[in-house]
Design a protein around this ligand. Structure first.
Ligand code: P6P
Length: 340
């Protein structure tokens, strides 16, 4: 085997920063602390199956530690790491109704705000299905030295400076972009380092996987119904019927489709009339990654990253993945639009 050069995430961050002569290392330091939190969460998530030994949330485990729900634990770990980075002045988390800001001057001087779902799909932990952390980073728009304010978080996704996810699966991977391509790092537990394993990921423009919860089919918008029927039609030249693959964990479904090609759809339903997935810390980061990998992300009619958020936990419909598959779904939706 040719000389295999291990590029750790730490090395990659430092070398990437060097390409920006005026960079002060602030984003590098922030992303480094995201990596540290990811390692801490990974260690706990991997042991989740041993809950009978280490105790359930709310119990005291054999070490006498208070057991937290894993998503609360993950939230706490990322908040602590972001605070210690000194580069983050505020956080919007799926776990917290309001934004989190800090009292210390170091954090208040931070230039970045952070949106996250600390442990998406956590209901899958008990059945050993992969779960993930999803994050999105913006420059603040409020003055440095002051507490972050809500407006810092209500920026459109086009203003993201970085976004990514950690997938805690058969292996643990950190996948991120800073707007210059998508890079995947796989955790090597033997050395405790994330190592570059997927350089400049490009998602296939076409795919044969469609991911949607068909249990909601009775209430899909007409255009989505027609697109799903299209996916199921028999047509050999276009490799249909496609394969239905739906894990019910956004990071897992998105990651598989990113690498293999495919489309993920979560349209609005009666239960979630605005859509189920959150704009700030699920759809915008996923959209940034999809576009950076050559794919697409829309509500079916609007580019996800151009939506001006009105609230922290706002939900939207999302269709994302391989460029031509998303365009096809959008065409079906457009056909069904009422003639204006
Ligand atoms: P449904 C997990 O609860 C989650 O937020 C995403 O990870 C996932 O894509 C979606 O909800 C699954 O929702 O309604 O199909 O169970």
């Amino acid at each position: 085997m040719k000389g295999y050069k291990v590029i750790t995430l730490t090395t990659f961050l430092i070398e990437s920063q060097a390409e920006f002569p005026y960079a002060k290392g602030e984003l590098t330091r922030l992303l480094y602390h995201v990596m540290v939190a990811a390692k801490m969460v990974n260690k706990k998530v991997n042991k989740a199956g041993l809950v009978d030994i280490i105790g359930e949330a709310g119990e005291v485990n054999v070490q006498g530690e208070d057991q937290k729900k894993l998503d609360v634990f993950a939230n706490d770990q990322f908040i602590a790491a972001l605070r210690s980075s000194g580069e983050c002045c505020g956080i919007a988390s799926e776990e917290n109704q309001e934004i989190i800001t800090f009292d210390d001057d170091l954090s208040r001087d931070g230039n970045y705000i952070f949106c996250m779902d600390p442990l998406d799909g956590s209901s899958n932990i008990d059945v050993n299905v992969s779960i993930g952390t999803i994050f999105s980073i913006y420059r603040r728009i409020s003055p440095r030295g002051e507490r972050a304010v809500l407006d810092d978080f209500l920026q459109p996704g086009t203003k993201q400076v970085a976004a990514g996810y950690i997938i805690y699966g058969s292996s643990t991977m950190l996948v991120y972009t800073t707007g210059r391509g998508v890079f995947g790092f796989t955790l090597d537990p033997s050395i405790g380092e994330f190592c570059l394993s997927h350089h400049d990921i490009k998602t296939p423009e076409d795919g044969t996987i469609y991911s949607i919860n068909e249990g909601n089919a009775h209430e899909f918008p007409e255009g989505i119904k027609k697109y799903v029927a299209y996916c199921k039609d028999i047509d050999k030249p276009t490799h249909r019927p496609y394969s239905a693959r739906y894990i019910g964990s956004l990071v897992s479904d998105f990651h598989r489709n990113l690498l293999k090609g495919g489309i993920f759809l979560y349209p609005h339903t009666e239960k979630n009339p605005e859509g189920k997935l959150r704009l700030l810390y699920e759809c915008n980061p996923i959209a940034f990654l999809a576009e950076q990998a050559g794919g697409k992300a829309s509500t079916g009619s609007h580019r996800i990253m151009e939506i001006k958020p009105h609230s922290l936990h706002q939900r939207v419909s999302i269709i994302t993945g391989s460029l031509h598959m998303v365009e096809k779904a959008e065409a079906f939706i457009k056909e069904q639009e009422p003639i204006k």
